[in-house]
Design a protein around this ligand. Structure first.
Ligand SMILES: [Zn+2]
Length: 180
């Protein structure tokens, strides 16, 4: 069994069956473990069982194979700051996630880079052949949110920071503000 380089004790509730072996690497995405999909400090803090359905697990696996692993291969180590969020977790006041966002589907997450700038991460994600949405959130210190569900190649790019609120923008606009 391949173990992720980020192997650790996951931030999950004890004695809960998450329906996957959290220490196991996701097939086709050897640098990512099932534990990364479900772990959440907020969920643990509030006793929320953040357990994907089988369809949500499969969406997370597809996301890992088609988005995360290609980015990892190109850029080096990545850190998921938030991935799957059950509806209960996503709607918790301390999260305030969008009800129609990608986190509750499993097919989207917030990516932080441990080896390059967020702008480089954004550019690499933008070049991937298929994705549904990318959001540059709170650059230069935030994260890159990417969502992708099978068959949904809408490629909607958005910007969210203290001035812009999920504004749809061309990549040139983000380069103007945050590139150099
Ligand atoms: Zn997000």
């Amino acid at each position: 069994m391949i173990r992720s380089e980020q192997h650790k004790r996951w931030q999950v509730l004890p004695n809960v069956d998450y329906k996957r072996d959290l220490d196991m690497a996701i097939p086709g995405a050897p640098n990512f473990c099932y534990g990364e999909v479900v772990e959440s400090e907020t969920a643990v803090e509030h006793g929320i069982k953040n357990i994907p359905t089988e369809a949500q697990w499969q969406a997370a696996e597809h996301f890992a194979r088609t988005i995360l692993q290609p980015l990892r291969n190109k850029l080096g180590r990545l850190k998921m700051s938030s991935w799957f969020r059950s509806v209960e977790l996503n709607s918790h006041p301390s999260i305030g996630g969008s009800a129609i966002g990608f986190h509750p589907t499993g097919g989207g997450g917030d990516i932080d880079s441990l080896s390059c700038t967020l702008m480089e991460l954004l550019e690499a994600a933008y070049l991937l052949p298929e994705w549904s949405e990318i959001i540059a959130e709170y650059f230069p210190n935030g994260w890159v949110h990417v969502g992708f569900l099978k068959g949904d190649n809408r490629r909607i790019l958005k910007l969210k920071d203290s001035v812009h609120h999920f504004a749809r923008v061309p990549i040139g606009r983000i380069r103007e503000i945050y590139g150099h």
